[in-house]
Design a protein around this ligand. Structure first.
Ligand code: G6P
Length: 609
């Protein structure tokens, strides 16, 4: 949430900063800004809207200088406007960009106002900026000032600070919001996500909680939360992981939908064989505790939460392990019961979602047997702080609406179900059948993608609708929820999902000719029940859009349009049926002309509560 890029270099850095912002735009795109030390003064340019607006402004008025910071914003305190955009300045010499939230900003603002500081924005960041300026006056050193400021402010944040009186220096601090240092030769960089810096370096240091660092062109000094100098590991990142390119596709979302067969193959690679799941894939020591696991608690947000909901069906049906699933923002603020032998599982594409991270930290104090995260970003906070981790290997996902991260989460969860199932009576024959289904999955997804043209045509019928209802039963109910979420997120059509059997207890009152109903209907043991639910809807005049395989025996007519989905094993059906729903949302959004990859008000990585 919000993106930070900074550089200390000999060359002009404006273009590096702008490219970094473009790559971080998925984190927030209300406004963007940049400040560069130009001679002895700060040149700052800010614009409302996308990074493109900032780029145009800089093309008209180039900024020259080797030290600078830049920011793309997702508004928390104060509306998206130029005066609220970062960087914020104090006394025309200190410039600050900041991610996250400063919780005690009101008290600090009162104190600083009394001392004569004038505020030009509504942001908490400007409070931090003036505080650092004040502390620098006292300490005469920017590093000490930032270190002191981090002890005064509360909340979760990442920040980068420059001072035009010392152009060969940038101070950065991490407290709850990720920051990575990029190492160059005779130049150093910082960003909230390494993706921003891949054009300039492949060597990274991930800062730890409470770290403050001083970067100059030649040096990087890191201090831990106690102010002690520390060495942090240098990580080499394969430049191939740089997928910030849309290739032949019009949108990242479409590219990412079509990458799913490859991503699923990557997620499975080296993790299954024809007999079953390979051992040791959840990390050293995990299998030593699997016999003790009696319950799985899954905590996640958004799309990742839907993956958890599907997994609940799987854990209880195939692994014989009870499972509860909860939204992280609820879990973290309620008194919960920890079942004996409970494994805490977090699911997150970013690994930085503030609520999920807070839930993990809380769980670690509450007597869970162990913690495991299923995550797409190596080195992220959830990965570092969980006892075990399992990487989904979907590659960088740029589209804000999650697609390939979701399907690879489901694949990963299935591997966990099989691993735990072995200790709970899942037979080796059953395991063999399931890995065979997993091996076929990339091919099934490829076949599901072939419905793209049909779905594109169908999407035209949704573009003038204001509401839609998604129905599913069993492990397809969360898939219906995910379908509804996708449609809401990118087409702004109000969509809800119901377990089809629940329809008659209320939502059926909504049904009329203006309410399209989308049904996910694989040929499984609930099919007959689902047929009855579909007839209830038909009898009330709605138009139905049924996604089903041929054996499910749905026929197209005036009131019912059937989209063929490839026949698939029951275990992998939720993954395969996700794909046509992604395509439907995508095409509806394109027809409606919304910003598919960066829908309004959303952000990819939600690092604030
Ligand atoms: C944001 C994103 C969603 C994502 C959710 C949880 O809202 O826009 O796509 O599902 O955060 O994120 P996580 O990174 O924890 O999966």
């Amino acid at each position: 949430m919000c993106g930070i890029v900074g550089a200390v270099a000999q060359r002009d850095v404006a273009e590096i900063l702008l490219e970094g912002l473009r790559r971080l735009e998925y984190r927030g795109y209300d406004s963007a800004g940049l400040a560069v030390i130009q001679g002895k003064t700060l040149a700052r340019i800010r614009r409302v809207g996308k990074v493109k607006n900032l780029t145009d402004a800089i093309n008209e008025n180039p900024v020259i200088g080797g030290t600078g910071i830049a920011h793309t914003r997702w508004a928390t305190h104060g509306e998206p406007s130029e005066r609220n955009a970062h960087p914020h300045l104090s006394n025309e010499n200190i410039a600050v960009v900041h991610n996250g939230i400063i919780e005690n900003y009101k008290e600090l603002k009162n104190e600083l106002s009394k001392e004569g500081y004038a505020f030009t924005s509504e942001t908490d960041t400007e409070v931090l900026t003036h505080l650092i300026h004040k502390l620098q006056n006292e300490t005469k050193d920017l590093l000490s000032a930032v270190q002191k400021a981090t002890k005064i402010v509360t909340g979760a944040y990442g920040t980068a600070v420059i001072d035009s009186n010392n152009s060969d220096q940038m101070i950065v601090a991490r407290s709850g919001s990720p920051l990575v240092i990029g190492l160059g030769i005779g130049e150093h960089f910082v960003a909230s996500d390494q993706l921003a810096l891949l054009p300039v370096t492949s060597r990274f240091i991930y800062l730890e909680e409470g770290d403050v660092a001083r970067l100059t062109r030649k040096t990087v000094e890191i201090f831990d939360k106690n102010g002690q100098p520390v060495d942090r590991k240098i990580n080499l990142v394969d430049a191939k992981s740089d997928s910030a390119d849309k290739g032949e596709y019009r949108h990242y979302m479409m590219k990412e939908i079509f990458e799913q067969p490859t991503c699923v193959r990557q997620t499975l690679e080296g993790r299954i064989n024809t007999q079953g799941v390979e051992s040791g894939i959840f990390g050293n020591g995990f299998e030593a505790i699997t016999g003790q696991i009696k319950h799985v608690t899954i905590v996640a947000c958004g799309t990742s939460y839907h993956a958890g909901m599907v997994a609940k069906y799987w854990f209880e049906q195939y692994a014989g392990v009870s499972c509860s699933v909860e939204i992280a923002s609820e879990f973290r603020y309620r008194k919960f019961y920890v079942h004996e032998g409970s494994l805490f599982v977090s699911i997150s594409q970013s690994g930085e979602t503030a609520d999920t991270l807070a839930a993990l930290r809380l769980a670690k104090e509450q007597g869970y047997l162990s913690s495991l995260t299923i995550c797409n970003v190596m080195g992220s906070s959830l990965v570092r702080e969980s006892d075990f981790n399992f990487m989904t290997r979907a590659g960088t996902e740029i589209g804000v609406a999650s697609t390939k991260a979701f399907t690879t989460q489901l694949v990963s969860l299935l591997l966990l179900v099989l691993t735990l199932g072995r200790h709970k009576g899942l037979t080796s024959d059953h395991e063999k059948e399931m890995v065979a289904a997993l091996m076929q999955l990339p091919g099934k997804i490829e076949q599901a993608l072939m419905a793209n043209d049909v779905i594109e045509t169908l999407a035209e019928e949704f573009a003038d609708k204001n509401h839609a209802l998604f129905l599913g039963r069993g492990d397809q109910y969360p898939i219906a929820m995910e379908g509804a979420l996708k449609l809401k997120e990118i087409s702004y059509i109000h969509a809800e999902a119901y377990a089809a059997g629940e329809l008659k207890h209320g939502p059926i009152a909504l049904i009329d000719a203006d309410m399209p109903v989308i049904v996910v209907a694989p040929n499984n043991e609930l099919l007959e029940k689902l047929h009855s639910n579909v007839e209830e809807v038909r009898a009330r005049g709605s138009i139905l859009y049924v996604f089903a395989d041929k054996a499910a025996k749905f026929e197209s007519d005036d009131t019912q349009k059937v989209v063929d989905v490839v026949a698939t094993e029951a275990i992998t059906a939720p993954i395969v049926y996700t794909v046509p729903l992604q395509l439907l949302s995508y095409h509806v959004a394109v027809i409606k002309g919304t910003d598919v990859d960066q829908p309004r008000n959303l952000a990819k990585s939600v690092t604030v509560e």
